[in-house]
Design a protein around this ligand. Structure first.
Ligand code: GDP
Length: 298
């Protein structure tokens, strides 16, 4: 992720560093290039505008031009604004498990976004890192293979999956998962909801019913980073319609631009909590704005 952005910004900053003394025009010129680089990375326009404005304001306020190492100061300011834009301090990007056990986590998103894989990844992560007893349950009763797929993934993650009862509807499955979770002494129940190819009212209504039935501690939108700004719009829509608590970006391993990651927080107000970095179940990373910023700025 961010390869091209990183290269572009690297070029801009190398030039700045070499200048020694900087004029206001130099800073403006650099910001023009930063703006183009961000737009090319598919960052949402309002986010780009806000970003450049903040950097400029601080660059002037901190008297960059008069400082001994002005280039470095600009890079530092860009880094700070980048971290703020990416948002989510470490506290906020944690998975919230502060609820009565079994803690319900609802996974939502479009079909093919990586929801089932991510449910398995999250189960594995919670089992191994947090030593939690985890159960997963698939509420996808529309695709016959979906429930089975989650069962397979759960087996790989070495967590339990709720036994499948043919013909049972999503809300009933969710309630059964919670009661089995309670009886079995589980810490966490991950509910993998059905996805559709597009957002439709029926999907949203169903997710809302499940949400009301289990009152999840987390409602995580799983979305493909490679669809760029569409992912951001999707997150906004899911948040408006059902309320999400965080975002998991998948296929970050194939996303060279990074626009979704950069715009998500600013546009939706919701933190990115996890990054899917590959197909394997252990390829899930926590989200750390400072690390991402240094990945971008080199
Ligand atoms: P669902 O329909 O939303 O449940 O999506 P799936 O979990 O079935 O995932 C769809 C495809 O995306 C599968 O082939 C997964 O292996 C793949 N996938 C999921 N997450 C990632 C990821 O982070 N990186 C890559 N490269 N592939 C992923």
């Amino acid at each position: 992720m961010f390869e091209s952005l990183s290269n572009r910004l690297g070029g801009v900053f190398d030039k700045l560093r070499k200048r020694g003394a900087l004029s206001e025009d130099d800073v403006s010129e650099a910001m023009r290039e930063v703006r183009v680089a961000l737009l090319e990375a598919d960052v949402a326009l309002p986010v780009v505008k806000d970003f450049v404005k903040k950097v400029k304001e601080r660059a002037v306020g901190q008297e960059v031009i008069k400082s001994v190492t002005p280039g470095q100061m600009v890079v530092k300011i860009v880094n700070d604004v980048l971290v703020e834009t990416l948002g989510a301090d470490d506290e906020e990007s944690q998975i919230n498990l502060r609820a009565e056990a079994p803690v319900p986590i609802l996974m939502v998103g479009l079909q093919g976004s990586g929801k089932t894989t991510t449910s398995g990844k999250l189960a594995l992560r919670l089992r191994t890192r947090e030593r939690k007893k985890v159960m997963v349950a698939s509420l996808d009763v529309y695709r016959p293979a979906a429930q089975k797929q989650l069962e397979v993934v759960a087996g790989q993650a070495e967590v339990d999956s709720l036994p499948i009862v043919m013909g049972e509807m999503p809300v009933a499955i969710a309630k059964r998962a919670m009661s089995e979770g309670r009886k079995g002494g589980y810490d966490v129940v991950i509910l993998d909801t059905a996805g559709r190819l597009h957002i439709d009212q029926e999907l949203m209504d169903e997710v809302a019913q499940v949400r009301d039935a289990v009152k999840p501690a987390e409602t995580l939108l799983v979305t493909d980073a490679m669809i760029g700004q569409d992912a951001v719009n999707l997150a906004r829509e899911f948040n408006e319609k059902i309320g999400i608590s965080g975002i998991v970006l998948t296929r970050v391993d194939g996303d060279a631009r990074g626009g979704a990651a950069l715009s998500m927080r600013a546009v939706t107000g919701k933190p990115i909590k996890l990054l899917g970095m590959g197909e394997k179940l252990d390829q899930l990373e926590g989200f750390h704005a400072d690390r991402i910023a240094s990945r971008i700025l080199g």
